[in-house]
Design a protein around this ligand. Structure first.
Ligand code: NAD
Length: 272
């Protein structure tokens, strides 16, 4: 288990489920005190109870900048500081670009992008005053490589990678750290609950080019990456390979992803 988190104060948004829950649990095991922040108050409370006295829960909707600021500033006031903010809450819609409604675009922008912005706007000035702190944003493989059938999700995750690297460059001389986590496909409730437009979930899961990986293993890798202050924390060997290929030859990676798209149930031939 990663060292260096003893008595650190952390907030994990989207901490009631999946990756956030695994992050909160790994942080508590590593000695941190954690706020499990989520719209789902009941599940957040259950996770905090399970994690014991070093965890507490708060009902927070990351799309509400005032509520998220209150949670961040309240935690810092109560604990005396904020060491780690995991902007992790997110939602996904899997759909062909032509089937992605404006509402689907807006909901993903609100949670996945504005939610992260709200966290940064509240926590960064506070961390600047402290002269320390680490902001860890959860993006995705879809923030690094072209990912057909996720256009709005990919747009938000590319934005999260871009803003994280930009903030990292600015924050460094002030003693504040910024990392961005880019997981491949992780076995969380999102895989079953994300909105799908078009094909059945079974057909989509069968067509996935990446294997499903455990959120607990991802959380352990994230804490190692945070302890080493990595800029980008990619996870899963398949993603590392595809990302390396994309950097080497964007043309080849686009050709491969375009070819993969044509094997998915999202692709319907011309004229339908
Ligand atoms: P999940 O659905 O298991 O958990 C997401 C949690 O976020 C839920 O508890 C949900 O209640 C909470 N949430 C949703 N909207 C919220 C809001 N507006 N305010 C506060 N909380 C909110 O999903 P997950 O797979 O654990 O996803 C966590 C993050 O990881 C997301 O940002 C997701 O995009 C990213 N991600 C997931 C995968 C994957 O394959 N599961 C891969 C790459 C990246």
């Amino acid at each position: 288990m990663s060292r260096g988190f003893a008595d650190q104060v952390a907030i994990v948004t989207g901490g009631a489920s999946g990756i956030g829950r695994s992050l909160a649990s790994a942080l508590v095991r590593a000695g941190a005190r954690v706020v499990v922040a989520d719209t789902d108050g009941e599940r957040a409370e259950a996770v905090a109870r399970e994690l014991g006295e070093r965890a507490r829960s708060e009902i927070v909707n990351v799309t509400d900048s005032v509520a998220l600021r209150r949670a961040i500033e309240g935690t810092a006031a109560r604990e005396g500081r904020l060491d780690l903010l995991f902007n992790n809450a997110g939602i996904a819609v899997f759909a062909d670009a032509r089937d992605t409604s404006l509402d689907d675009w807006n909901r993903q922008i609100d949670v996945n992008l504005r939610g992260v912005v709200h966290g940064i706007v509240a926590a960064y000035p506070l961390m600047l005053r402290q002269g320390s702190g680490h902001i860890v944003n959860t993006a995705s493989a879809a923030g690094l490589i072209p990912s057909p059938a996720t256009i709005a999700y990919a747009a938000t995750k590319h934005a999260v990678v871009g803003l994280s690297l930009t903030l990292r460059a600015e924050a460094r001389p002030h003693g504040v750290r910024v990392s961005v986590v880019c997981p491949g496909v992780i076995e969380t409730p999102m895989v079953q609950t994300a909105k799908l437009v078009g094909p059945t979930r079974e057909r989509v899961l069968a067509a996935l080019p990446l294997r499903l990986h455990s959120p607990d293993r991802l959380a352990a890798a994230v804490l190692r990456g945070v302890a080493r202050n990595r800029a980008i924390i990619p996870f899963t060997p398949e993603l590392r390979f595809l990302w390396a290929l994309h950097r080497l030859s964007p043309r080849l990676s686009l050709a491969i992803m375009g070819r993969w798209y044509r094997t998915t149930p999202f692709y319907r031939g011309r004229g339908d």
